[in-house]
Design a binder for this molecule. Sequence first.
Ligand code: NDP
Length: 381
Amino acid sequence: MATNDDGGRSRRNFLRTAGGALLASPLLARPAMGQVPELDLPEPPGRKLGWAVVGLGRLAIHQILPAMAGCRRSAVTALVSGRPEKARRLAQVFRVDPKNLYDYESYDSIARNPAVDVVYVVLPNSMHAEYTIRALEAGKHVLCEKPMANTPADCERMIAAAKASGRKLMIAYRLHYEPYNQALVKFAREAQQEGPTQLILADAGFNIGDPTQWRLRRAMAGGGSLMDIGIYALQAARYLSGEEPVSVNAMTYSTPGDVRFTEVEEHVTFQLRFPSGVLANCTSSYGAGLNRFRVVKRTGWAELEPALNYTGLRMRAWRGGVLQEMPQPVVDHFAAEMDHFSECIQTGAEPRTPGGEGLRDLRIMMAIYEAAQSGRTVPLA
Ligand code: NDP
């Protein structure tokens, strides 16, 4: 229950100075002028869980570490990096005790550090499984970036390691923790709003730069645009429908001669059939900017565009012949996601996006690649 200690003290002082006569006054039965009794006061501070961030690349430096400042239940207490000078500088900026800096060799000794409750794995995709399993074996809870791993078999090993260690494993699907995507889920799932969902259109893509980066190396990335950005379109189709797909069709294309796409695919289009009859048409691209999720019903639609940026999301709906803006509360996706996981650890609840969620996506993405390669519809178990 939230309290306002300072407000309480001021009120007590006022009562002392004003004397006992006022106690009987009807004035005291009314709130003071300008007082808003239903103010949304913050919770009293509890212990924040200590987080170690592993892999200090673009996402960790520009999103995750700055987001910690806005967390109510999570604080960065350790850093893991292959580059000690970078780790030392970031430790100064984000006030991490220099004795809590690790590299990839000393990583397992994090087991002996009580300042670390949770490990956030922000490494290239091929390293997710190993560093997640090592952290779980060190007795830490793990938040792992998407995609969960490069293969369903690795996902299964990660889930088994979490079970064996009795620690929690969550996949960092940040759009589950921000209000715009949740508002679109609500529109999609409520049949009273323009009828049941019929079609989902989900497109996610960007024009990838540096041809030497790990995202374009199959061994490190596990695949191309689908594994990195198309996974958001797949996720959207699944959380907007609230169902699991029963079959998939797909096509891929990579621009001939483009040095970026010698190992991994550029574009993927895929279609998912859901048990209720909902169809999803999805696009993933490393060659073009795409950033829209749309839910189509018989008498209207709602969409997010942009749908997956870190900030500046926008929702619009076509209802009753009118196009409406539907602004939602704005939150930091990473702070919300990290605090959700800390809260689950503190309360014993299951995270909204556990390891099983990542495994399901990997299985479907493998089926998408199979459908593209074979030219056939691939059924999903
Ligand atoms: P970066 O390439 O910017 O950073 C990866 C970091 O991993 C490097 O800086 C390095 O950190 C460490 N690393 C260790 N070994 C290697 C290696 N062999 N090659 C390259 N890096 C290595 O990647 P991102 O930060 O963009 O992505 C990291 C993960 O986060 C990916 O899984 C990606 O899919 C995910 N991601 C998720 C997003 C989201 O919105 N949820 C957005 C962007 C990425 P160090 O030097 O400290 O050792």
